[in-house]
Design a protein around this ligand. Sequence first.
Ligand code: FMN
Length: 332
Amino acid sequence: MGAALHGGPLLFLAPMAGVTNTVFRKLCKGLGADVLTTEFVSAEGILHRNERTRRYLEFEAVERPLGVQLFGGDPERLAEAVRAVVDWVAPDFIDLNFGCPVNKVVAKNGGSALLKDCPLLARVAGAVVGAAGETPVTAKIRIGWDSGSVNAIETARILEGEGVRRLAVHGRTKAQGYTGQADWGVIAAVAAVVGIPVIGNGDIDSAAVALRRFREAGVAGVMIGRHAMSHPWIFREIRMALETGELDPEPVTAAERWAFVLKHARLETEWWGGKEELAMRSMRARFMAYTKGLPGGARLRSQLQSVSSLAELEEIAAEQGMEKLCGIRERE
Ligand SMILES: Cc1cc2nc3c(=O)[nH]c(=O)nc-3n(C[C@H](O)[C@H](O)[C@H](O)COP(=O)(O)O)c2cc1C
C-alpha cells in the first residue's frame, strides 16, 4: 500500500478531473507528493475503451505508487472495469470514488450517490475488492450526503468490512460541494474507529495547517487538492516542516515560479502532442493561479488570459524580467 514509503505521514495529491494528468502528477511528485491518483475514470468509459479514458490511465513508472480512480454505480460493470484496468496498466491500487458531487455522476448512481445507499456501497466495494485480486483497493468518501445525514463512520466501517485497505475522507457533505469548511472533527472520528489508514482531506493550504491536522486528527496522511493547483510547493513545505519543524517556509521566488510555469507549459504541450494552442488554452486558468500575487497586475492577467503559444508565454515571462528576478521574493 506504500504505507511504508518513508515511515512518516503520507502526502497525497488529490485526484482532480482536468488537472491531475500525468504531467502535473509528476511535477507534484518532484516537489514531494508521496502518493498520486489519476482523476476519476468512469467504469463505462473503460469498458467502451474510449480514447479519452485511455489517456486518463496514462502514467509513468516514476509516478508509482499510483492509483487509478474509478466511479460507477453498477457492481458487475465496475468489477469488469477493474479487471481491465489491472490487466492494462497494473496500477499500485484501485481507488473508488464515493465523493463526487457532480449531478451527471450522481444521476447514474456514481460518486457521492452511494453515500445514501449503504447496501449498494457495500456491494460495489465488495465486487471491486474481489475483482482486483492482489491489487489493493482504497476509497475516497465525503462525510455524508447532507448535514442531516453525516454517516462517514458507518460508510467507513462498511468499506473496511468489504476489504478496502485505505480511506481518504473529504470533510464535506455532498450538499456542500466546495463551500463552507471541511469538518475535521468527523475525519478524526473516522480515523479513531477504523483499523485501516485514514487520509484527511479538505482545506489544507499551508504546512502549519497540515501539521495541525496530523496532530489533532490522528490521520495517516493528508490529501491536498486546490491549494496544490496554485502552490504545488506545499508538498515540499510540509515535508520540510515534518523534518525540521520549520513552519514558516522560505517564500517561493518569482523566478522559481516562472521557471515552473514554463516547465509545466512545455511538458503539457508535449502531452498534447505538440498542439500548443490547445495546451495553452487548457492551462490559462492554471497560469493565472500560479502567478497570483506576482507583480504585473492587470496587464499580466490579461496577457495570460489570451496566451496561445509557448513563445508568447516565454515572452511574457521575459517581460516580467524572469532572468533578473532571482532572489526577489514573491511577497516582497
Ligand atoms: C477541479 C477539481 C476536480 C476534482 N476532481 C476530482 C476527482 O476526479 N476525483 C475525486 O475523488 N475528487 C475530485 N475533486 C475533489 C478533490 O479531490 C478534493 O477532495 C477536494 O478538492 C477537497 O480538497 P482541497 O480542499 O484540498 O481542495 C476535484 C476537485 C476539484 C477542485
